[in-house]
Ligand binder design. Structure first.
Ligand code: GLU
Length: 477
């Protein structure tokens, strides 16, 4: 059997959309799971949609997420060039061949004539007008410099059929297809033509792409057949939805890889989550490295039905990845976010990072999780209410002066010492130790929920600040 070759063929029209990343990932996984090659091809024939910088973004997003391609524009390979705009002559040559084979024809129709073909519902289908032109007529027009396009010649009747590995047998009535343009008047091919020529010449064995191409694939098959080329195996992937009714859309800027990275999602978590958008391994595992995915990737795990992009699940998975980091790894990734917070320059960021490591799902939330720590402002005294520990503002008022006295004389202000010293007092003060910690925590943070307990935070902000905050709380009690 021929070596498996898959490709990812993005159009450089903007950022890397998670839908595109999923297509790339499955093409990568399929190739790697079968000892094959994964090829990157840039489909930039629609120059109007071209976005500056988009190609670099494609390279960097793929490499950052671990999808190392074996051939591509920036690394070369035996089947280049890998950028469609550099393959114009190749398409021209094959378009001529296809015309000779009867699979395509020149069309000189004016814009006005094409517009006149529009029916009352606004639909337009080309009427094969130029198919009637003789070879001589065509030559005369070309010589006279008349602009033209090349159209595909699609049969007017009959059924097309092919097998998709996910969706089964797909049948499309030729009547439903149109004689699309293959080569535009500027000599550039359309996707409809270029994808076939390139997939064949690049030796692509398995075409993996979104379901939006399921119904146009019969057109491509006509060309493979006309040229006498073997059709590739088709694997169309289910749609990714934003919710029950809306597609996740590149056009509206939904779900862009870089946005998620900037928000503090780890690349490994993103790629792992993206893998689960339409595929599951046999054992339904969720957290997997790229290598683990390669080891268990198989097409029968791909679902036919659309999957819903669920940011809550992505958050959860990201949290799992964060917890699995060593502290050093976490600290270095968290640092830029810690530096953006109000505590930067006031408290020890590394100590804060220790408190946060098991308590954040998304790094971008670090500032909002700790900004309040920078200073203590008036807060709701009802925060002292706690049934389990039998505390309230009144209890706080009596306990805080005692806590303050104890803390004033603690030499080493580390968490363990503080914890042990205050715990010991519970008996003498006839309260639960939980009450002491509850009251202290509220008094120095003014927050209902904090990353870390009372003594962890006290040790973080230090003795002076702790005593100052207790005084402040006593002043408002
Ligand atoms: N350039 C096409 C796209 O971005 C590629 C489709 C395909 O994989 O054939 O949708």
């Amino acid at each position: 059997m021929a070596k498996v070759r898959t490709r990812f063929a993005p159009s450089p029209t903007g950022f890397m959309h998670l839908g595109g990343l999923r297509t790339a990932l499955y093409a990568f996984l399929y190739a790697k799971a079968n000892g094959g090659d994964f090829v990157l091809r840039i489909e930039d024939t629609d120059q109007q949609r071209f976005v500056e910088g988009a190609v670099d973004l494609i390279y960097s997003s793929l490499l950052e997420s671990g999808l190392k391609y074996d051939e591509g524009p920036d690394i070369g390979g035996n089947y280049g060039p890998y950028v469609q705009s550099e393959r114009k002559e190749i398409y021209a040559e094959y378009a001529k061949k296809l015309i000779d084979l009867g699979g395509a024809y020149y069309c000189f129709c004016s814009k006005e004539r094409l517009e006149s073909l529009t029916d009352e519902n606004g639909n337009r289908k080309y009427d094969k007008h130029c198919l009637k032109l003789s070879k001589e007529e065509v030559e005369t027009k070309i010589k006279a410099g008349e602009p033209y396009v090349i159209r595909q010649n699609i049969p007017t009747e009959g059924m097309s059929s092919y097998d998709d590995l996910i969706y089964g047998t797909i049948e499309v009535d030729y009547k439903e297809l149109e004689d699309n343009i293959l080569i535009k008047s500027d000599g550039m091919p359309t996707y409809n033509f270029a994808n076939v020529i390139d997939d064949h010449l690049m030796g692509i064995t398995h075409v993996i792409r979104g379901t939006e191409y399921l119904s146009s694939t019969p057109k491509y098959n006509l060309m493979y057949d006309a040229f006498g080329w073997e059709r590739p195996v088709y694997i169309h992937l289910p749609t990714i939805m934003k919710d029950a009714t809306r597609k996740l859309s590149k056009r509206y800027g939904d779900a862009n890889f870089d946005d998620f990275v900037n928000k503090g999602y780890l690349k490994e978590a993103i790629i792992n989550y993206v893998a689960l958008l339409g595929w599951a391994p046999k054992d339904n595992r969720e957290k997997m490295t790229l290598q683990e995915m390669i080891d268990c990737f198989s097409l029968d795990g791909i679902s036919k039905s659309p999957s819903i992009f669920d940011e809550v699940k992505l958050r959860w998975l990201n949290g799992e990845y964060i917890k699995a980091l060593t502290f050093e790894e976490f600290y270095s990734l968290a640092r830029p976010f810690l530096e953006k917070s109000k505590v930067n320059g006031i408290f020890d960021l590394e100590k804060i990072a220790k408190l946060l490591h098991n308590r954040v799902d998304v790094l971008g939330e670090i500032p909002e999780k700790i900004d309040w720590l920078a200073n203590l402002e008036t807060y709701d005294l009802a925060l002292f209410d706690n049934k389990k520990n039998k505390t309230n503002a009144e209890v706080a008022k009596t306990l805080l002066p005692k806590i303050k006295e104890v803390l004033s004389s603690v030499e080493s202000f580390d968490n363990d010492t503080l914890f042990a010293t205050l715990s010991e007092k519970a008996g003498e003060w006839e309260v639960k130790s939980g009450a002491i910690f509850w009251v202290l925590r509220i008094a120095i943070t003014g927050q209902g929920v904090t990353p870390g307990g009372a003594t962890e935070i006290a040790s973080l902000i230090g003795k002076d600040e702790t005593l100052k905050r207790i005084d402040f709380s006593l002043s408002i009690l």
